[in-house]
Design a binder for this molecule. Structure first.
Ligand SMILES: NC(=O)c1ccc[n+]([C@@H]2O[C@H](COP(=O)([O-])OP(=O)(O)OC[C@H]3O[C@@H](n4cnc5c(N)ncnc54)[C@H](OP(=O)(O)O)[C@@H]3O)[C@@H](O)[C@H]2O)c1
Length: 357
C-alpha cells in the first residue's frame, strides 16, 4: 500500500482509506472482519463520523481497533447532530419508532467539543488523527468552529483538523481563519470519474493553499465497478434510488466501462473497479481515496488498486471518455418530479446569485 502525507501536514495516511459509513446489511462480526482485513492489507487510514448509523459505526470501529490503535489513523468528523433542535436541517429521517427527526448542522464550539468527546468515548481512544467539519454551518462563523478545534488540538484530543463538503468560498475563508498552529490539513469531497465538479474550483484552491484532498464515494456506490457489467447483481434499494442505476444512465456508464476501462484493466490484469480507483489516485492533487466495501474480498481488491501504475495516456483517455457520459439526474421520473427538480434548482441558483451581490 502506498502512503503519503496529507496536504502539508505531517499526518501520514494510506492512499486507499477504508470508508466505514456502510449500510446496515452486514453483522458486527463481519464489519470487524472487514476492518481487520483492511488494516492487514495496509489500508490503515479509516474514515468515520458520529453520524454514521448514529454513533453505532464508531462503536464497532472502536471494538475493531481496540488491540491495534497504534497501527491506524482515525479520521472522524464533527458538526452534524441528530439529537437537538439547534441549526439548519441537512436532511430528515424516520427513526426506529417511525418518528420523523432531523439531522442538523451544528458547528458551534460547544457542539464540536461534545462531538469530539463523544467520539473519543465510542472509539475507545484518546485522540482522533484528523477531525473534519462534516458540512459547513452557515450560522456559525468559521473562526469559532476552527478555534474550538484548535483548542481540542492543544489538549491533544485531535491531532489535525480538516473540513468536508466546503465550497470554494468556504474553503478560502477556512484557510484564512484557521488557527496558525493548526492549519486546515484537508478537504474531503465527492470526487469520482462521474463527479468532477471539484476540478473547476476546489482543485486549484488545494494547489494554491496546500491542503490535501480526500475523495469520497469514488465508486459511485457501485456504478463504477465490475458489477455494472453484470447488471443482474445490482439489486439493492440504495442503487434503485441512485440515478446512476436508472436504465438510461446505467447504459451510458456501462458503455464507457466496457469499451474504455475494461481493455485497460485487462492489460494490467486488474479489475474495472481497481482502474476506477487508480484513475483518482493518479490525479496529482488527490492524496487519498475513501472507499466503502461490503466484503473482505472488496477490501483486499481496493487496497491493491494503490499499486496499479497506469500510463499517462490511459489516465487521459479514461478521463476523456467519461466526459461524454451525460447523466440525467431525473431519468425515469414522472413529469411532476422533473418539474419540481428544475424549479428547486432554479431557486437555488437564484439564491446563490443574490447572496453573491
Ligand atoms: N464527507 C462526506 O460527506 C461523505 C459522504 C459520503 C461518503 N463519505 C465517506 O466515503 C466512504 C465511501 O463512500 P460510499 O460508501 O458512499 O461510496 P463508494 O465507496 O463509492 O461505494 C462503496 C460501495 O460500492 C460497492 N462496491 C465496492 N467495491 C465493489 C466491487 N469491487 N464490486 C462491486 N461493488 C463494489 C459496495 O456496495 P455493495 O454493498 O453493493 O457491495 C460498497 O459499499 C464512506 O464510507 C464514508 O467514509 C463521506
Amino acid at each position: 500500500m502506498k502512503r503519503t502525507r496529507l496536504g502539508q501536514s505531517d499526518l501520514e495516511i494510506s492512499r486507499i482509506l477504508y470508508g466505514s459509513m456502510g449500510r446496515r446489511t452486514s453483522s458486527e462480526a463481519d464489519r470487524i472482519r472487514s476492518i481487520h482485513a483492511a488494516i492487514d492489507a495496509g489500508t490503515t487510514s479509516i474514515d468515520t463520523a458520529p453520524l454514521y448509523d448514529f454513533g453505532e459505526v464508531e462503536k464497532v470501529l472502536g471494538k475493531a481497533i481496540r488491540d491495534r490503535r497504534e497501527r491506524v489513523e482515525i479520521l472522524s468528523k464533527v458538526g452534524l447532530r441528530w439529537d437537538g433542535n439547534h441549526g439548519d436541517t441537512l436532511f430528515e429521517f424516520e427513526d426506529e419508532s417511525g418518528t420523523r427527526r432531523a439531522v442538523r448542522r451544528d458547528s458551534r464550539p460547544v457542539a464540536i467539543r461534545k462531538d469530539v468527546e463523544e467520539s473519543l468515548g465510542r472509539l475507545g481512544t484518546d485522540r482522533i488523527d484528523l477531525c473534519q467539519i462534516h458540512h459547513p454551518d452557515p450560522r456559525v462563523p468559521i473562526e469559532e468552529s476552527l478555534g474550538e478545534l484548535g483548542r481540542l488540538a492543544e489538549e491533544g484530543k485531535i491531532l489535525h483538523l480538516g473540513v468536508s463538503n466546503f465550497s470554494g468560498r468556504e474553503l478560502d475563508a477556512a484557510v484564512a481563519r484557521a488557527p496558525s498552529s493548526h492549519p486546515v490539513a484537508s478537504d474531503q469531497l465527492h470526487y469520482s470519474l462521474l463527479s468532477r465538479g471539484a476540478e473547476r474550483d476546489i482543485v486549484p484552491l488545494s494547489r494554491r493553499h496546500g491542503f490535501g484532498l480526500l475523495a469520497y464515494t469514488p465508486l459511485e456506490a457501485g456504478a463504477l465497478t465490475d458489477s455494472m457489467l453484470t447488471p443482474d447483481r445490482l439489486d439493492s434499494v440504495t442503487r434503485e434510488r441512485s440515478t446512476h442505476f436508472r436504465p438510461k444512465n446505467a447504459a451510458a456508464i456501462r458503455s464507457v466501462l466496457s469499451e474504455k476501462v475494461a481493455p485497460i484493466a485487462a492489460r494490467h490484469a486488474a479489475s474495472v473497479t481497481q482502474v476506477c480507483l487508480a484513475w483518482l489516485l493518479h490525479q496529482e492533487h488527490v492524496d487519498g481515496v475513501i472507499v466503502g466495501a461490503s466484503s473482505v474480498e472488496q477490501v483486499i481488491a481496493h487496497a491493491a488498486a494503490s499499486d496499479l501504475a497506469l500510463e499517462p495516456g490511459e489516465v487521459e483517455s479514461i478521463g476523456q471518455a467519461f466526459t461524454s457520459v451525460d447523466i440525467d439526474p431525473m431519468a425515469g421520473q414522472d413529469w411532476r418530479t422533473r418539474a419540481d427538480h428544475f424549479v428547486t434548482r432554479a431557486r437555488r441558483r437564484l439564491g446563490r446569485i443574490l447572496r453573491r451581490r
